[in-house]
Each structure stands twice: as structure tokens, then as C-alpha cells.
Design a protein around this ligand. Structure first.
Ligand code: ZN
Length: 387
């Protein structure tokens, strides 16, 4: 569907539900149609789906509040925090956060699947304060958490929030973005794949699932369609100069999702790698492209030889030599070789997956949640390549 027709479809929503906030957006939309080069505000796609029936809200791999723990420092912390989010807390209440460099702040998520305890704070996000405003990287897992991120930023600085970069469209990084979309003047940047996902039917199922756990926090959820899209490979990139800092945002293909970005915070030599490597948990690769993981890790290490700190989407930020990149790689390579050998030996998918345990990672968080799905995915990928 062309951009024009998307806008027309969006326009219809306003005609059927004329609320003041929507009328305001309609005016902005009309202006942006008149000035096609300038997309004046991020658009939102209405996703009005009920919670899925029959889902179990007691997640096996959720957060255990009895293990509550907050590390003193985030950088190189051997453990991720374990903490509870209470939906009854007002959305004006700041979230726990860390300062990981002079102007750089970090939201350190639980390592767990989404449940009624972590309430969607099971990934990382961060923000950078510059002379002329704030750039935010990722938005956590619900509009409510997005509003609490904004409250946290307001506690740190009164400077305007100028940019939100969405590293990829997985819920734990993206669904809080609708809270940011109403900030005047904000520009929302993402991979072109995020836009495609916002208009897909897949998102409806994902939102319905999340509403089972978090009905209040997901109320009025709208999928954000970014203002600025990065895509097209090579990797293509965008450079933002803001208040004396340079942010280079690169398309890193589809290694993990519908479209993935990394961000280089140049002067501070901080590389936000999102889910290109996981620190202290097993990755999930069921939405990505298997061979791009290693290829993009190689590219990043070559492109940015003097990184002082890498910030992943899950687990602690790290200083060199970036053992999380090596361990994620080792996991993916070992699994790939195991499944390749199984196919060669003529094992069925079921047998190959059953026998695909990797001892080194058995005790890693989220192994049992993700490993067997990953094994299944890798087998099918390799099989398709062979035949
Ligand atoms: Zn993630």
C-alpha cells in the first residue's frame, strides 16, 4: 500500500471518531499531506483488539519477586536486576534508572518473559541528554511504561525530547512508543520494517496477547508509524547532530526481527547494539535471519573498532572485549552446527530438536523458553537451504 493510501486510511479513523486529540492529529496530517517532504508527526495505527482468550498469566519464565535485586552499577554488572512494577503506581512516577556515562542514562530491564510482575519491563532502553535536547533509544513494553520513561527523563532534565529511536519492533522495545508520539516536535526513527509491522495483522495478535497480562497499561495502545525510516541495506544509515553530539543510526538488516538498527553515539564511543548480542540470557532467533546474526556482528566489530561501551537490549552494558558478542555467537554457531549435522544424518525435525541441548547454555536464563524454538527455527532454515 502506498504512503498516500495509508494516510487516507488513517484519515478515515478521524472521521469516525472525532476526539479533540484526533482532530489535532488530523490537522497535522492534512498539513503533512500538503507538504509531502515534511512528515510533521508520527502517525498512529489504531489496534482495537480484545485480549486473547485462554492465555495463562502465570508465566513460567516470568520475574520472581522473591529474588528482588538491584545492582549498584549497571555497567559490567554480572547480574540483571529483578524487580516488580506495580500497575497502581501513577504513570508520573519515574522508573529506576542508571547513569552509564556523563550524559547517558539507562533503563535496566528484568531478564524474563513478560508477566504480571515485570509488566513489560523485560528489556532495556536509554536516553542521552545533549545541550539542545534529548534522544531516547527504545520505549519499553507498554504505553504506561513509556509514560514513566518520560517522567524519568523529566526528572533528569527539562530539555525537550527531540528523538525516539526504535531499535526494532519487538514489543519489549516498541510498544511504549505510543506514549512518546504525542510529544510536540518529536521525531520517531525506526527501520522500515517497523512501519510494515505496524500495518500487519501480526501486531494484532501480539497486542491481544499482551493485553491478557497488562490490560490497563495497554489501554489506548496505538502502533506508532515512524516519521523517519531507515532501510535498504548496505547498511544504510542516518546521521543526527544534536547539541554537540553525533548519533549514527545504521540498518543492520533482519538478523533478529522485522528490521534491526544499531546506534553509534560517536563522541562518547557508545554503541547501542540492541538485540545483536544478549548479555546473560539465551537469544530468541525465531523472527530473524539466521546467517545475518554472525554477518552483522562481524560488520559491527569491523565498523566500530574503538567502542568504549556496548549497550545491549537485554542484560548489562559492557566494556571491551565484549564477551556477550562472543557468547551469543558461540550459541548461534553451536546450534547451527548441531542442526546441520542432524539434517545430514537424516534426523526428523522432532528428533533433531529433542537432541539439540547445548550443555554450556543449559543454565542460562530463558534457555528453556527460547532454545527449543530456536532449534526448530534453525533446522527449518537449513533444510530450506538444502532442498
Ligand atoms: Zn529484545
Amino acid at each position: 500500500m502506498s504512503g498516500f493510501w495509508k494516510r487516507v486510511r488513517y484519515f478515515d479513523l478521524y472521521l469516525t471518531k472525532p476526539r479533540p486529540e484526533k482532530i489535532m492529529r488530523m490537522i497535522v496530517l492534512l498539513l503533512s499531506m500538503l507538504i509531502p517532504a515534511a512528515s510533521l508527526a508520527a502517525m498512529l495505527v489504531a489496534i482495537d483488539v480484545p485480549p486473547l482468550e485462554g492465555a495463562n498469566i502465570n508465566q513460567q519464565f516470568g520475574t520472581d519477586p522473591k529474588q528482588a535485586f538491584m545492582p549498584k552499577k549497571a555497567l559490567n554488572s554480572p547480574r540483571a536486576p529483578v524487580f516488580q512494577i506495580h500497575a497502581s503506581d501513577p504513570d508520573t512516577q519515574p522508573l529506576p534508572y542508571y547513569r552509564i556515562a556523563p550524559d547517558t542514562y539507562f533503563f535496566f530491564g528484568n531478564i524474563a518473559e513478560v508477566d504480571g510482575i515485570n509488566r513489560g519491563f523485560n528489556g532495556n532502553a536509554g536516553f542521552v541528554v545533549t545541550r539542545d535536547g534529548v534522544l531516547v533509544l527504545d520505549a519499553l513494553g507498554t504505553p504506561y511504561l513509556g509514560r514513566r520513561m518520560i517522567a524519568t527523563i523529566r526528572k533528569v532534565t527539562k530539555k525537550p525530547i527531540r528523538y525516539l529511536v526504535i531499535s526494532h519492533a519487538h514489543p519489549d522495545h516498541y510498544y511504549g512508543a505510543s506514549a512518546f508520539a504525542s510529544i510536540p516536535g518529536i521525531r520517531i526513527i525506526s527501520h522500515a520494517g517497523t512501519e510494515a509491522y505496524a500495518y500487519s495483522t501480526t501486531i494484532e495478535r501480539s497486542v491481544g496477547y499482551r493485553k491478557v497480562f497488562l490490560p490497563a497499561e495497554m489501554r489506548n495502545f496505538r502502533a506508532v508509524v515512524p516519521d523517519i525510516l531507515i532501510g535498504g541495506g548496505n547498511p544504510s544509515h542516518l546521521v543526527i547532530k544534536l547539541g554537540g553530539k553525533t548519533f549514527e543510526i545504521y540498518d543492520t538488516g533482519f538478523h533478529h526481527s522485522h528490521g534491526d538498527l544499531v546506534m553509534w553515539q560517536k563522541e562518547d564511543r557508545i554503541l547501542w547494539i540492541s538485540d545483536l548480542a544478549f548479555n546473560g540470557r539465551v537469544t530468541y532467533i525465531g523472527d530473524g535471519h539466521l546467517h545475518e546474526i554472525g554477518a552483522m556482528q562481524d560488520w559491527v566489530l569491523k565498523q566500530f573498532p574503538n567502542v568504549a561501551m556496548m549497550v545491549p537490549g537485554h542484560g548489562a552494558p559492557q566494556t571491551p572485549p565484549f564477551s556477550m558478542v562472543a557468547s551469543t555467537r558461540r550459541y548461534v554457531d553451536t546450534l547451527t552446527e548441531t542442526m546441520r549435522a542432524a539434517i545430514k544424518q537424516g534426523q526428523s525435525l522432532q528428533d533433531a530438536v529433542r537432541l539439540a541441548g547445548i550443555r554450556e547454555f543449559e543454565t542460562w536464563p530463558l534457555y528453556d523458553l527460547n532454545h527449543w524454538i530456536n532449534a526448530n527455527f534453525v533446522y527449518r532454515t537449513l533444510e530450506e537451504e538444502l532442498f
